[in-house]
Design a protein around this ligand. Structure first.
Ligand code: TXA
Ligand code: MG
Length: 320
């Protein structure tokens, strides 16, 4: 794929309108939040979200945060609760992300949730992020706007140092005030601190009136399957398969045509966008037919293929 020329967009009405246009067309725009610069793409467009991973060179698909303009917009995508309402009322907009049950069929790409049935949502406080989210009208998936393995950017210069020529545009706001990523609070069950961040845990504990359990480091699972929230199909998995054995369903790629195919053209972007959706669909079919295994065609270990293979290996890892 051709490398884009990265547009520098001024923080004006015109710049914002252009950013929104690029995002609606499936492009990637780095934009300021109060924590760090995010690399945004339309969270309802799987191919656009795959573009985030391609630009970052991220070797694995972690679930991403969906950024929304306000709590009302969040409620379209997650199942809201009284507790969510109290916490959001106290701390949104701001450096706090809430993990809540995903609303089925709400349109969020499965590449954002990494196939999970929960979604991380956040309402950033930065005025440019607020304006952009209102203008674009769709939730934006946005990890920090840096190449994988590099530190998070807090100025447009940091973003450009890492991603110039890899993304469609940067919205040139100033330096970020908070400088560390948002605090992540799990509210899909008992409240749990999933990541310490820009909002001190003490502030959350004061409002909840009790100490918070911690849920380990969501960013750094040290072994496959250790990340609490890994999607794994109920069916078994067999990787690097060129044909289905008796009773197996085949997930194809390129020359290997399957019951479903990630990308007949061998396009890794298309494959990434289809990955979790196809796995879910084959898992459901396999449950219906009593077939126990999903066989998966070989995926090249290059570009987005590394992230796809990482996810497939995790999904295939022995279950504890
Ligand atoms: O401050 C921030 O949060 C920045 C700015 C750009 O908003 N964004 C950010 O995104 O830090 P990212 O993708 O680097 O961090 C996402 C984190 C990961 O640690 C991921 O594991 C966790 O959120 N996460 C996302 N969805 C989750 C879910 N459904 N369950 C548990 N953890 C989730
Ligand atoms: Mg990051």
């Amino acid at each position: 794929m051709e490398k884009p020329i990265t547009e520098r967009l001024e923080p004006t009405e015109t710049g914002l309108a252009r950013a929104a246009e690029i995002l609606r067309d499936g492009g990637r725009v780095a934009f300021p939040t109060e924590t760090v610069y995010g690399l945004g793409a339309d969270a309802t467009n799987g191919t656009a979200v795959a573009g985030i991973y391609a630009a970052k060179g991220r070797p694995s698909f972690n679930p991403l945060i969906a950024h929304v303009a306000d709590a009302d917009m969040a409620k379209r995508y997650v199942v809201w609760s009284d507790l969510a309402d109290r916490v959001a009322g106290a701390f949104w907009p701001g450096p706090l992300t809430l993990v809540l049950p995903l609303r089925p069929d709400c349109g969020i790409s499965e590449l954002v949730t990494a196939g999970l049935d929960t979604l991380a949502v956040r309402v950033p406080a930065h005025p440019l992020a607020q304006d952009l989210l209102r203008m674009v009208g769709v939730p934006l998936a946005a990890p920090s706007a840096n190449p994988s393995g590099r530190i998070s950017p807090t100025t447009p210069a940091h973003v450009l140092a890492g991603l110039d020529g890899e993304i469609e545009a940067v919205l040139m706001g100033g330096a970020c005030e908070v400088g560390v990523e948002s605090t992540i609070l799990g509210l899909a069950g008992d409240p749990v601190l999933l990541r310490p961040g820009g909002l001190p845990a003490e502030a959350l504990e004061a409002m909840l009136g009790r100490p918070l359990a911690t849920g380990g480091d969501a960013d750094a699972p040290s072994a496959p399957g250790q990340l609490l929230s890994h999607y794994a199909p109920a069916a078994g998995m067999r990787l690097n398969a060129t044909e289905a054995r008796a009773g197996e369903l085949l997930l194809g790629f390129g020359p290997v045509a399957g019951d479903m195919t990630l990308s007949a053209a061998g396009d890794l972007h298309e494959a990434a966008a289809n990955l979790f959706g196809h796995l879910h669909a084959l898992d459901a079919q396999s449950a219906n037919r009593g077939a126990g295994v999903i066989a998966v065609a070989p995926i090249p270990e290059t570009g987005l293929g590394r992230a796809i293979n990482d996810r497939l290996r995790r999904a295939a890892a022995p279950r504890g």
